[in-house]
Design a binder for this molecule. Structure first.
Ligand code: SF4
Ligand code: SF4
Length: 469
């Protein structure tokens, strides 16, 4: 099927903020800012709660803020299935009561516990008042399902079984936004979804109303993206977009965004705050943003940056605490696109932030699905390390070794204490030094993180510091 079928849909008309023509914000940090009339139009269009965007497929009004259900609060940090339901429910209620109507989950989020919780939690709201997004996973179509839930033989039968389980888990008769999850190259798309007949089956389900829209999420190399975009009449697509990744080699968000924009496909942005990285910048970068807007959170800059792009239907944030929900709701209720001056301020902060060397991990857990054979909690190790880097608490080994370090002794001792306090929260049997360099995780990382190299670096650093204590 050709994507030309999209031609009869006007992208601009589909992406209106409640009837407003799309804003002309096309570049990252410079140049184009929003006119007064644009701003007034947005204000006039506000309804109670977060701003809404018209979905091009149905004219439905979708909240610009989406609730990602991949990082819900946990009762036990070592057990990803242990969702703290009371806390998560409070977050859902706050979001829903402030206009959020888009909730995104997936088969393997929270090691399979997200979909059942989302089904239970959303049951209390009128079904027609919410939009549920979930995804057809690739791995259980062909591999053993670690939870033993999928028992059928053959890819098509397994896909049918998975969709059946999802409807049951979500306690619904239909899915509003149905993704092919993490389609990363064209060959994989053809082999998994076309030759098997899975996509035809999903189209049948769409005709029956069981699925309302079909799209895909992408985490692969740039050159594969246009081939997949052109291969089908997609209703939407989800890509990783944030100001950090906009023109990065690792994840060239601008290229992905422009490709969808040209194809007239509405986009959903995942990782707007990059797994929390952009909510906690290093002190010099944070100071720039706080000085410019003392009453605004650091994360709000990232959310506003995403929401200021014209072809965005949904900014999907994986929120872990009520304060995240409140902050995001506030940002997109009182939404003001970034001005040219604010873009310059953000560019200056980003430049400061990129001076520190972080592991480019978004803590998404894709690399441990299925789990690391050595049991390592990869995201948690990288998150703890990145936090130490961001806060300036990774001791300089050379300085620590140097004989004339007396001048720096106090600082280094403090850094070492804080570094170990954070790193040692991770259980020993899930830590970096357990890595066997088996490489099983590497190909699963959407951000091309060199996991083995970084595990070795962290393990070596900890060992060296330990020996010097
Ligand atoms: S390379 Fe290391 S972290 Fe990755 S799966 Fe193997 S043991 Fe786990
Ligand atoms: S290493 Fe990659 S796959 Fe694993 S949590 Fe980080 S970004 Fe996600």
């Amino acid at each position: 099927m050709s994507n030309n079928q999209n031609d009869n849909i006007s992208r601009r008309s589909a992406l209106k903020y409640m009837g407003i023509s799309a804003l002309g914000v096309a570049t990252i940090f410079t140049g184009i800012s929003c006119t007064k009339s644009d701003k007034d139009a947005i204000k006039d269009a506000k309804v109670v709660g977060v701003i809404k965007v018209k979905d091009k497929v149905s004219d439905a009004e979708i909240s610009l803020l989406g609730f990602g259900c991949m990082r819900l609060p946990l009762k036990d940090i070592d057990d990803k299935t242990s969702i703290n339901e009371a806390e998560a429910m409070e977050m859902f209620d706050y979001a829903y009561n402030h206009g959020v109507n888009y909730f995104d989950t997936a088969w393997f989020y929270h090691s399979g516990a997200s979909e059942p919780f989302v089904g239970k939690a959303l049951k209390k709201y009128p079904r027609e008042s919410i939009y549920i997004a979930t995804k057809m996973p690739i791995s259980p179509l062909t591999n053993d399902d670690p939870n033993g839930l999928v028992k059928s033989e053959g890819v098509l039968n397994r896909a049918k079984e998975i969709l059946g389980h999802q409807l049951e888990r979500l306690q619904t008769d239909y899915i509003d936004f149905y993704f092919l999850h993490s389609v990363n190259n064209f060959q994989q798309y053809e082999n998994t979804f076309i030759h098997s007949g899975v996509l035809d089956y999903l189209l049948e389900q769409k005709a029956k109303g069981v699925i309302k829209r079909i799209g895909f999420s992408f985490h692969g190399p740039n050159e594969e993206f246009p081939k997949i975009v052109d291969a089908f009449n997609w209703d939407f697509c989800m890509i990783q977009v944030n100001y950090y990744d906009w023109e990065e080699d690792i994840s060239d968000a601008k290229f992905l965004y422009d490709t969808l924009d040209k194809a007239g496909i509405q986009s959903i942005f995942m990782e707007p705050v990059r797994g929390g990285m952009l909510a906690n910048l290093n002190p010099s970068a944070s100071d720039i943003l706080q000085d410019a807007a003392p009453d605004k959170s650091i994360a709000s800059w990232a959310i506003r940056w995403c929401a200021s792009l014209p072809n965005v239907m949904n900014v999907l944030s994986g929120m872990s605490a009520l304060e995240h929900v409140k902050d995001n709701v506030k940002t997109l209720t009182d939404f003001e696109p970034l001005t040219a001056e604010e873009r310059n301020i953000l560019a200056a902060a980003l430049s400061e932030y990129k001076d520190i060397k972080l592991i480019p991990c978004t803590y998404c857990d894709y690399c441990i699905s299925p789990p690391c054979p050595a049991g390592i909690d990869i995201a948690r190790v990288f998150k703890a390390y990145n936090e130490c880097v961001t806060e300036g608490n990774v001791p300089n080994l050379l300085l620590k070794r140097a004989s004339d370090r007396t001048r720096h002794q106090e600082k280094i001792d403090k850094q070492t204490r804080v570094f170990f306090a954070k790193m040692n929260k991770i259980p020993k049997n899930r830590h970096a030094d357990r890595c066997t360099l088996c490489d099983e995780c590497m190909s699963k990382c959407p951000n091309s993180v060199n996991i083995t190299e970084n595990m070795t670096k962290i393990a070596d650093l900890m060992k060296s510091l330990e020996s010097m204590r």
